[in-house]
Write a protein that binds this ligand. Structure first.
Ligand SMILES: [Zn+2]
Length: 58
């Protein structure tokens, strides 16, 4: 039974060591977007190689 949309049940492996003292993700290393999706905390987690980077405007 596939809903069609395939999203990762779990976010990429965050570095909990970095998120330990982070107040953005409260040590989770991930944050929940407004859509309810989990993504790496941009505050403590290092920016991975921009692969999902959409076409930047201007
Ligand atoms: Zn964080």
């Amino acid at each position: 039974m596939a809903h069609g949309a395939h999203r990762n049940p779990f976010p990429p492996h965050p570095d909990l060591a970095l998120a330990r003292d982070c107040e953005q993700c409260l040590g989770w290393g991930t944050v929940v977007t407004r859509d309810g999706d989990h993504e790496l905390c941009h505050s403590c987690q290092p920016d991975s190689a921009g692969d999902e980077e959409a076409a930047a405007s201007g």
